[in-house]
Design a protein around this ligand. Structure first.
Ligand SMILES: *[C@@H]1O[C@H](CO)[C@@H](O)[C@H](O)[C@H]1NC(C)=O
Ligand SMILES: *[C@@H]1O[C@H](CO)[C@@H](O)[C@H](O)[C@H]1NC(C)=O
Ligand SMILES: *[C@@H]1O[C@H](CO)[C@@H](O)[C@H](O)[C@H]1NC(C)=O
Ligand SMILES: *[C@@H]1O[C@H](CO)[C@@H](O)[C@H](O)[C@H]1NC(C)=O
Ligand SMILES: *[C@@H]1O[C@H](CO)[C@@H](O)[C@H](O)[C@H]1NC(C)=O
Ligand SMILES: *[C@@H]1O[C@H](CO)[C@@H](O)[C@H](O)[C@H]1NC(C)=O
Ligand SMILES: *[C@@H]1O[C@H](CO)[C@@H](O)[C@H](O)[C@H]1NC(C)=O
Ligand SMILES: *[C@@H]1O[C@H](CO)[C@@H](O)[C@H](O)[C@H]1NC(C)=O
Length: 678
């Protein structure tokens, strides 16, 4: 039971029932509509800035849990709300900057067993919302890095084909894994599908290869991966969380770092002799998750022994777990109360404490010239915490944590995407038993991927500094980003929730006039704001005025008009004042180039109706169109002109019955979409 358990007077959370929401003090807060397409009218408590919504007995999928926690109370003492940030323009005058980072820094890790739900059924049946979402990130950061793997990769086996033309088959009974991940059979179609995604959007991939049994190796994922994906494959993760193998019964008790070192060598030898794996130097390891420290592995001599086979070093980490709630009888003890853990995510110390144990390793990686990746991460393992992992607060956490990793010289980090049992997903397709027109749910943390991509841009020269601003106050962190050696952007975060406006802060920014530089503050700056009413909400999140839509409402495209603030600076005083709401994130562009680089002038989108809904497209009732968004003519052109990747699309348009009505449908969707844009 949550401390802020609501009284739902006489109303179950069933579709279309209006429920009265009572808040912390039992005061009427507002009105909510429950059910699958629930939208909560969220109003704030005058005293504490809190409102909560909790159906209590919700038993549906975690990914769609409507619970809304109370935002944590304001900190006491309150942070100063006026302070200065003065930075040199030239990177050479600023000590402590990170290595150059790429806009693809924050990518995704997709559990191998859920690719059919999230990415596509096969090479010709791709999930259009997924394509749209990846296009958004790729346009901002240059490309998107996605790992397909996870616990399920350990038991994955490639077979030539499966019954009914399936690409992936799960065999749950075989699983002896406490995380209940299934044994997987997959066909090479998976790699064809991934390659076809890359033909449409600039996505580069990591694949996991099994390490569950090094005396009977199954290297087919690497063989097919190299053969089919070629340059679109970034590397192969060998061994996922080997430090948990004993706990997961993949290895006998006593199996240790030395055993891991030796077995890793066996696989390298096998790859060396496998002519179907032409690239021998792109393995990713050790992917330890905290049971072993990276040093436990380095101390075996791992890096010098295997450096010619390693493409990147990697770790995995979740700062907390919700295992007790996810597995009630597995000895994890009493479940943690999400309300109590919520504040732990809403400060700068959260990200700092995650990265601290890895800073020595990112430095070590540099000495070997190796990238250092956070290969799988999210708010909490075992599905995350409902109300925390799917709140606006998770977006703030993801931005601060992502930029903190960039600052301490990680070279990339992958936000994990699980299934409908998880609260933390950046995006979730509708449950399969819902009608096909019900659409996707975008997790707030997805906005972290967008914002970090824009903050780092496409040049792969961005150097990040934790500004330690406002006296290092943990609720008001900020980052500076130097690109091509010049200060280009600032990211200013406000973790507090205060509808009164009193906790908004104003940073007075000065460029130059420090470290031997003359004043260099521009005449004006542009600011994009990430905003929502509270850290606790799940909907109505806007990035520069645009949103991806509420639960079951997203097709992966930003909706609404873009709203970019232009703030005039005082060049006499050498100052610019930027106000950051509580809660919110401001991305401040200090130059036109930085702004233009991060702001796509056109967005590549994909017709919802074209790629995935081949046969039944023409029969979608008109009423459904109102919940669906279409696609511009130009985009359709780019789709049909992409020969193979869009072969499903082209075939659907050419070959499906009722072509005329399909075209008419697309046209009317286009009209609707244009109208909706205003
Ligand atoms: C949830 O709780 C409410 C109020 O106690 C009750 O009326 C409703 O039947 C419950 N719904 C389910 C699905 O158990
Ligand atoms: C989102 O904002 C719109 C417009 O202000 C409002 O009508 C809607 O109820 C809000 N939805 C939620 C879930 O707060
Ligand atoms: C992909 O899946 C769709 C839907 O099940 C099917 O119609 C199509 O034939 C499949 N294509 C391939 C190449 O397997
Ligand atoms: C490894 O996984 C494969 C495929 O699921 C399975 O057949 C095999 O028994 C596993 N080996 C070990 C040692 O767990
Ligand atoms: C692992 O276990 C073996 C056998 O007990 C032992 O020789 C070795 O030192 C251990 N390695 C580590 C890193 O503890
Ligand atoms: C990151 O790497 C750069 C370049 O080697 C170094 O100067 C800086 O101190 C590193 N940052 C951290 C936090 O280790
Ligand atoms: C979908 O399945 C879930 C779980 O079996 C069930 O609770 C829900 O009512 C179903 N929804 C529909 C629309 O059938
Ligand atoms: C898409 O997948 C099919 C295999 O089903 C393949 O023939 C085709 O070449 C792929 N297209 C691209 C662009 O990779």
């Amino acid at each position: 039971m949550l401390p802020f358990q609501l009284l739902l007077l006489g109303a179950a959370l069933t579709p279309a029932h209006a429920v009265t929401v009572y808040g912390v003090q039992g005061v009427l807060q507002g009105v909510a509509t429950g059910g699958a397409s629930a939208s909560v009218t969220y109003t704030s408590d005058t005293a504490a800035g809190t409102a909560v919504f909790d159906p209590g007995n919700y038993t549906g999928d975690a990914a769609f849990n409507p619970v809304i926690l109370a935002p944590p109370p304001l900190p006491s003492p309150a942070p100063p709300t006026q302070f200065t940030v003065q930075l040199p323009n030239n990177a050479q005058n600023q000590p402590g900057l990170s290595i150059p980072q790429s806009g693809s820094f924050l990518g995704f890790s997709i559990e191998m067993s859920v690719v059919t739900q999230v990415i596509g059924l096969n090479s010709t049946f791709l999930q259009v919302p997924f394509l749209n979402l990846m296009a958004l990130v790729a346009e901002r950061g240059g490309s998107v890095r996605i790992r397909v793997g996870g616990n399920t990769q350990e038991t994955a086996t490639v077979v030539p084909s499966l019954a009914d033309g399936k690409m992936i088959e799960k065999d749950k009974e075989d699983s002896s894994n406490p995380t209940e991940t299934p044994t997987l059979l997959l066909t090479p179609e998976l790699m064809y599908m991934m390659n076809n995604i890359s033909a449409l959007v600039n996505v580069k991939w990591y694949l996991g290869i099994p390490f569950n049994d090094t005396s009977h190796l199954r290297l087919q994922i690497a063989e097919y991966g190299e053969g089919i994906l070629g340059d679109n494959i970034l590397g192969f993760q060998l061994g996922n969380e080997p430090d948990l193998y004993v706990a997961h019964d993949h290895r006998p008790p006593g199996w240790n770092e030395t055993n891991y070192f030796n077995e890793f060598g066996l696989v390298i030898d096998a790859i060396g002799e496998d002519s179907s794996i032409p690239v021998k130097n792109n393995l990713i390891a050790p992917s330890v998750s905290g049971t072993w420290s990276p040093e436990d592995v380095w101390n075996t001599g791992f890096i010098p022994a295997y450096q010619s086979s390693l493409g990147a070093l990697a770790v995995e980490h979740y700062p907390d777990d919700n295992c007790a709630a996810a597995f009630p009888n597995a000895g994890f003890g009493p479940p943690k109360d999400p309300q109590n853990v919520f504040p732990e995510y809403l400060n700068h110390g959260a990200g700092q404490s995650i990265v601290a144990p890895y800073i020595a390793s990112t430095a070590l990686a540099q000495t070997y010239g190796k990238p250092f990746l956070m290969f799988e991460t999210n708010t909490a393992s075992c599905g995350g915490f409902p109300g925390v992992s799917d709140s606006f607060g998770s977006a703030l956490w993801g931005i601060d944590y992502g930029l903190q990793m960039a600052y301490v010289n990680f070279t990339g980090a992958l936000i994990h995407v699980g299934g409908v049992d998880d609260s933390y997903n950046p995006f979730t397709p509708p449950p399969t038993n819902m009608s096909s027109f019900e659409q996707w749910t975008i997790g707030p943390i997805f906005y972290a991927n967008l914002v970090v991509a824009e903050a780092l841009g496409t040049s792969s020269t961005s150097q990040v500094l934790d500004l330690n601003m406002n006296g290092g106050n943990t609720y008001t962190p900020g980052y500076g980003i130097w690109e091509n050696g010049q200060l280009a952007r600032l990211v200013l975060i406000n973790f507090m929730t205060d509808p009164s406006g009193a906790s908004s802060y104003t940073a007075t920014i000065s460029v130059g006039g420090v470290n031997g530089e003359s004043n260099a503050t521009p005449a004006s700056v542009r600011v994009k704001m990430l905003q929502a009413e509270s850290v606790a909400v799940k909907e109505n999140i806007t990035w520069a005025g645009q949103t991806l839509g509420g639960r079951f409402q997203a097709d992966g495209r930003l909706q609404g008009d873009e709203d970019v603030q232009t703030i005039s600076c005082d060049q006499t005083q050498n100052t610019c004042q930027v106000t950051v709401p509580a809660p919110g994130v401001a991305l401040v562009f200090l130059t036109d180039e930085a702004f233009e680089e991060s702001t796509p002038s056109t967005t590549q989108t994909f017709a919802t109706t074209a790629v995935t809904k081949t046969a039944n497209t023409a029969t979608v009732p008109a009423s459904v169109l109102a919940t669906s968004n279409g696609d511009s003519g130009a985009d359709r052109e780019s789709l049909t002109s992409t020969s193979k990747g869009s072969s499903g699309a082209s075939r659907a348009i050419v070959g499906a019955p009722g072509v005329a009505s399909l075209i008419a449908l697309l046209a009317s969707v286009f009209v609707f979409a244009s109208a909706a844009r205003r």
